[in-house]
Design a protein around this ligand. Structure first.
Ligand code: ATP
Length: 361
C-alpha cells in the first residue's frame, strides 16, 4: 500500500513555476526547504463527490503511485514523496529539465539514424524493465518521453506520466479504452484483453514518426484514425522514407502487427539489428541513413500547435460550463481545471477519450 504523507506540502517545499499541465492538475517546480534540492510536484485534484466529473478518483492516483514506487530505473521518472490533503494529492517527482525528446530533436539540423537509435535504446531499456515487472504504460507518446538535461555528455531519456499504467497480476484479464488515437494499439480499440504488447505498438508508431515526420495511421478525424489502426492501414511512402534504412522499416513492421502475441517485445527490440547491429554492413547502413528532419520539424510544430489550440478551446468550453454549474465549489474547480492542458479532447470520440474514463478489469 502506498503511504501518503499528511504534512502540508508547502511546509516542506517552496512552490515555484508551472512546468506543465495535465488533465487533472499541474506540474510545478518545487524546492525542498531542508536541502535546497529542486523537484517536480505533480498536483492532482481529487474528486470529492462520487458523481462529480471533476478531478481524479483516489484509487487512480494510488495506482499511479504504487506503480512509480515499483519502478526504479534510470529511464523512468523517480517518485520521491506523496502528500495528500482534502482536495489534492501531490506527487514529488525527480525534476526533468531537458524538455520533450521530440522538441530537442526538432531543434537539430539533421540527425543520423545511429543518433536516433541512442534515444530509442533508452526508451526500450525503460520499457524492458517496466514490462519485466508486469507493468504496462498504456500512454506512450512524444509528450511522455522527456530528457533529464538538455546539455550533458550522455543525454538521458526519462519516461513520464504513469496515469494510465497498469500492473498485471497472474491470470488476470485487463481491458481499457483509454489512450490517444494516433498511438493506441488495435486491441485497445476493440476492447480486447490487454498486455504489455500494447506499449510495443506505440513504440512502432513513435519510431515511424521519428524517422519520417509522418504519423502512420493519422486520418482527418479520430474515427478515421481508429479505423486505420484497426485495419493496420499504413505504408512507407517513398517520398517520406527516402533516407530510411531497410532495417528501420523492418523494425517498425515487426511492431505494427495486429496480433499482439506476434509483436516484438522490448527485449527482442533491443536485439534487433537496427538497434544492435552485428555485421559491418548493418553498422554502415545505419550510419548512412538519417531521419527526415524537414518533415519531422513540420510534424512537431503541428503537434505543439494542436496542444495549445486544444488548451484554449477546452478552457472556453469550461468557462461556458460554468453557466450550468449548480454548485459554487464545482465552478471553482472548473476554473482551476481551466489552467490545465487537455490535449486532443476537442476531437475525441466519446468511445475513446484519452483519460481514465472507461477502464475495467
Ligand atoms: P495528462 O493528463 O496530459 O496525461 P498528467 O496530469 O498525467 O497529464 P503528466 O503528463 O505527468 O501529467 O505531466 C504534465 C506535464 O508536466 C508533462 O507533459 C511535462 O511537461 C511536465 N512534467 C511532468 N513530470 C515532470 C517532471 N518530473 N519534471 C519536469 N516536468 C514534468
Amino acid at each position: 500500500m502506498a503511504v501518503f504523507k499528511s504534512d502540508i506540502v508547502e511546509d516542506l517545499y517552496e512552490i515555484g513555476e508551472v512546468l506543465g499541465s495535465g488533465h487533472f492538475g499541474q506540474v510545478k517546480k518545487v524546492r525542498e526547504r531542508a536541502t535546497g534540492t529542486s523537484w517536480a510536484g505533480k498536483f492532482l485534484k481529487i474528486r470529492r463527490k462520487g458523481g462529480s466529473l471533476l478531478g481524479m478518483d483516489r484509487t487512480s492516483v494510488e495506482r499511479e503511485v504504487e506503480i512509480l514506487q515499483a519502478l526504479k530505473h534510470p529511464n523512468i521518472v523517480m517518485l520521491k514523496d506523496v502528500f495528500e490533503s482534502r482536495s489534492e494529492m501531490v506527487l514529488v517527482l525527480e525534476l526533468i529539465s531537458g524538455g520533450e525528446l521530440f522538441d530537442f530533436i526538432a531543434e537539430k539540423d539533421n540527425l543520423l539514424e545511429t543518433e536516433a537509435i541512442q534515444f530509442m535504446k533508452q526508451i526500450l531499456e525503460g520499457l524492458r524493465f517496466m514490462h519485466s515487472n508486469s507493468i504496462a504504460h498504456f500512454d506512450l507518446k512524444p509528450e511522455n518521453i522527456m530528457l533529464s538535461e538538455k546539455v550533458s555528455p550522455q543525454l538521458n531519456v526519462k519516461l513520464i506520466d504513469f496515469g494510465l499504467a497498469y500492473r498485471f497480476h497472474q491470470g488476470e484479464e485487463y481491458k481499457s479504452t483509454s489512450g490517444t488515437p494516433q498511438y493506441v494499439a488495435p486491441e485497445v480499440i476493440s476492447f480486447e484483453p490487454l498486455s504489455t504488447a500494447a506499449d510495443m505498438w506505440s513504440i512502432g508508431v513513435i519510431t515511424y514518426i521519428l524517422l519520417s515526420g509522418m504519423s502512420p495511421f493519422q486520418g482527418d478525424t479520430d474515427e478515421e484514425t481508429l479505423r486505420n489502426v484497426v485495419a493496420v492501414h499504413y505504408e512507407f511512402e517513398d517520398h517520406y522514407f527516402k533516407t530510411t534504412s531497410s532495417m528501420a522499416k523492418d523494425f517498425i513492421q515487426k511492431l505494427l502487427v495486429k496480433d499482439s502475441r506476434e509483436r516484438m517485445t522490448a527485449e527482442e527490440c533491443l536485439l534487433h539489428p537496427w538497434i544492435k547491429p552485428i555485421t559491418r554492413k548493418q553498422v554502415a547502413n545505419r550510419n548512412r541513413s538519417s531521419i527526415n528532419m524537414r518533415n519531422f520539424k513540420r510534424f512537431n510544430a503541428k503537434r505543439k500547435w494542436k496542444m495549445s489550440y486544444n488548451m484554449v478551446s477546452v478552457c472556453n468550453r469550461l468557462v461556458n460550463m460554468r453557466l450550468v454549474c449548480k454548485h459554487r465549489s464545482d465552478t471553482d474547480l472548473l476554473q482551476r481545471q481551466c489552467e490545465s492542458d487537455v490535449e486532443d479532447s476537442e476531437s475525441n470520440p466519446s468511445s475513446l477519450l484519452r483519460r481514465r474514463l472507461s477502464s475495467s478489469s
